[in-house]
Design a protein. Sequence first.
Length: 85
Amino acid sequence: MDTRERVIAIIAEQALLEPSDIREDMSLADLGLDSLGLVESIFAIEEAFDLRVPFNANEPQASEFDVSTVGAMIKAVERLVMERA
């Protein structure tokens, strides 16, 4: 499973959806995820990829980790994985 598939699977699990229901242009609000669902998704991503996500739940717009869309989250995780390598 590549990074894209893993991130989508994590978000799908949090949103109680099938991965096939998720598109990269969707926002977390489109998927019915609230701030708690977002934080749980971030924790799951950190655990799955063994990395630290630079995200402040109190100021999500000010974080380095873009959570505006599923695609943005995938790109942010890919960047963190590459930086760690």
